[in-house]
Design a protein around this ligand. Structure first.
Ligand SMILES: Nc1ncnc2c1ncn2[C@@H]1O[C@H](COP(=O)(O)OP(=O)(O)OP(=O)(O)O)[C@@H](O)[C@H]1O
Length: 620
């Protein structure tokens, strides 16, 4: 496929990075011949710590995974080196085996951490707790290792590589330059945008079919391997490993360095790690307590005055001087292309969606009972009913297999069972939430690109400026003027544009069944009319099955092929538009008259009546 050329701001950023990289490499090669031996030996350590800080910067600053356990991964690599060299002596096979072994153990530990921390329904803070525990477990294991691990004294004096100080400096410095450059390439790529999307709105990512837990686990494994390799080099250089390397204190120091250097950059944390560790080594001897106090005070000040850290401030300044405003750097150059149509799922004869006997209870509260419903291709089914009737709960039960307490949901012939949202979505489901559920920190183009993840693999090393969209999504983007806003950050869009963007993102997945929860909430009359026209076209010309929750009965009347009335968790009526709209039962449900239903209507039905029948008009 032909690739679009990157826009000018990107090319300038790449040129600036190339110059910085060459300058850094020149410093790394020439530095040890200009600096005194003490400075060189401290900087070697600082460079290796810098590698770990950069890997944490990607993990935390971009993907939002705050890990205190990078020290444990670092120490795993260090102990792999110390143990192997101490027990087996130094040979190329042992050296390579120890490096591979350290990385493998770190991979296993990171994978286990990810499995524990990124499971279904787990709070994002849980990973911080799990990684904290990891450091404690690691230190306890080392203590319990007795003679094998050297317990609290660690291992020292083992044979190691016979490299000169200059060579160590060049290896450690070169590693820092390489890790920083690779991470910079990653975070600027489409995959880097995906990491930001996960940090910003993990729920939306899942409903775009992205297995966010898997992505975060992979990233954690990658950062653990970088940390383990740095730990290996640290042990080989220093000839000593100790339990403190894997402890909570070092893990927290790494977090502080990244916070000071700045989340959302990779250069900031690299520089902060080197500068703070280097200065610590120089000052902690003469000013042991004052120095710690000083670092603590600066940390508090930066968090208060520059919550994003020092790096982003400096980067913004450099960008303004060299490149221009941020939006221009991230958004310009993106353009839309119509994507080829993918093969339809299923046999084509089955129902688009089939709901059989679905129920949902919260303890003794039965919110949904025995819901049975079928939707075909080319049908627009409106789900109406007063507040609290269970409409949103039904949408949740359809789009997340773990929500319902009984019944079956079948999408294009496949039962969803207990599938999480990202797997339901892959069966051909698209869900738009009531309030716009978008990525505020991304541009419109980036959001649409992320929405195509299910169909197009995201690049790990570059940004694709060509956004390929299916006809239906393209229609929404064009009709609502989003085409002219491709470079705009979503946070700057109006409410209506955000609603349209979310709809376009959902359509970009090429769903067969579209679930819409009050898509016109908060929209103006012309915007509502436009969305209505688009929906009718999606159903008529693209064959989608749309299930829409709506309170505006005029709107429902104009667009629906069928209306389903839900009341107190049960389907009261399922029929054609005129039949339902003129139904006495519907009027009774909305006005809460007890006679017709043999019960008292739910509280607050007056308000609902006004929402359902604008201007107080009757449905008939
Ligand atoms: N997590 C929960 N725990 C307990 N009860 C819940 C929970 N979620 C929803 N409910 C209850 O389920 C009922 C149905 O809620 P739901 O949001 O599905 O109604 P709705 O028809 O979509 O209403 P609205 O039109 O106001 O959005 C309400 O009584 C609500 O309080």
């Amino acid at each position: 496929m032909r690739q679009a050329a990157p826009p000018a701001p990107h090319r300038r950023a790449e040129a600036v990075t190339a110059v910085l990289t060459l300058a850094a490499l020149a410093g790394v090669i020439g530095g040890p011949y200009l600096l005194d031996i003490y400075t060189v030996s401290i900087l070697i350590r600082s460079f290796l710590f810098g590698c770990v800080a950069v890997s944490l910067a990607v993990l935390w600053g971009y993907a939002g995974v705050l890990s205190f356990g990078q020290s444990a991964f670092f120490a795993i690599g260090a102990y792999a080196c110390g143990l192997a060299f101490d027990r087996l002596g130094l040979s190329p096979a042992v050296a390579l085996g120890a490096l591979a072994g350290g990385c493998l153990v770190a991979t296993a530990a990171a994978w286990l951490t990810g499995w524990l921390a990124f499971g279904y329904g787990v709070s994002p803070f849980y990973v911080s707790v799990v990684t904290l525990v990891l450091t404690i477990v690691f230190v306890q294991l080392i203590y319990a290792g007795g003679d094998l691990t050297g317990s609290s004294s660690g291992i020292s004096g083992f044979p190691t590589f016979d490299f000169s100080m200059e060579a160590w400096f060049q290896i450690a410095g070169g590693a820092l330059v390489a890790v920083t450059l690779l991470c910079w390439v990653l975070v600027r790529s489409d995959t880097g945008r995906l990491l930001v999307a996960i940090r910003e709105n993990e729920q939306r990512c899942k409903y775009l079919g992205i297995a966010t837990g898997g992505v975060k686990t992979l990233l954690l494994v990658g950062s653990a391997v970088v940390a383990a390799a740095a730990g290996y080099a640290y042990a080989a250089f220093n000839n000593v490993v100790a339990p403190d390397l894997g402890g909570f204190q070092f893990g927290t120091e790494l977090v502080i360095w990244v916070a000071l250097g700045g989340r959302g950059t990779v250069l900031g944390p690299a520089l902060a790690a080197v500068l703070i560790d280097f200065t610590s080594a120089l000052l902690s001897g003469s000013l042991p307590f004052v120095w710690q106090l000083l670092v603590g005070a600066v940390f508090v000040l930066v968090i208060l005055l520059m919550p994003e850290g020092l790096g982003p401030g400096l980067v913004a300044l450099v960008r303004r001087l060299l490149i221009g405003r941020r939006d221009r750097a991230t958004g310009r150059g993106a353009h839309l292309v119509t994507a080829p149509v993918h093969e339809a799922r299923g046999t084509g004869h089955e129902a688009a969606i089939e709901i059989v006997g679905v129920a949902r209870s919260y303890g003794s509260l039965h919110v949904l009972e025995d819901i049975t419903l079928r939707g075909q291709r080319g049908e627009l089914i409106s789900l109406v009913g007063p507040n609290g009737a269970g409409k949103t709960t039904l949408i949740r039960c359809i789009s997340d297999g773990r929500e319902r307490t009984a019944g079956r949901v079948v999408i294009r012939g496949t039962e969803i069972g207990r599938m999480p949202p990202e797997r339901c979505v892959r069966l051909g489901l698209g869900r738009k939430f009531q309030a716009p559920n978008v990525f505020d920190a991304l541009t419109v183009a980036e959001s649409l690109r992320i929405a195509r993840t299910r169909h197009e693999r995201l690049s790990r090393w570059r940004r694709d400026h060509e956004i390929r969209l299916p006809e239906a999504a393209m229609q929404v983007v064009r009709a609502t003027g989003l085409e002219r806003e491709l470079g705009t950050e979503v946070r700057h869009l109006s409410h209506g544009s955000k609603q349209a963007l979310e709809l376009a993102m959902v359509l970009a997945m090429e769903p067969d069944v579209l679930l819409l929860d009050e898509p016109t909430a908060g929209l103006t009359k012309p915007e509502r009319t436009l969305i209505g026209r688009i929906l009718v076209d999606l159903v008529g010309n693209h064959g989608l099955c749309v299930l829409i929750i709506e309170h505006d009965l005029e709107f429902v009347r104009e667009i629906s092929s069928r209306i389903v009335v839900l009341h107190q968790g049960r389907i009261m009526l399922d029929g054609g538009v005129e039949e339902v709209v003129s139904s006495e039962l519907v009027r009774t449900i909305y006005t809460g008259e007890p006679q017709a239903l043999g019960e008292v209507g739910p509280p607050g039905t007056e308000d609902r009546r006004h929402r359902a029948f604008p201007n107080g008009s009757s449905p008939s």
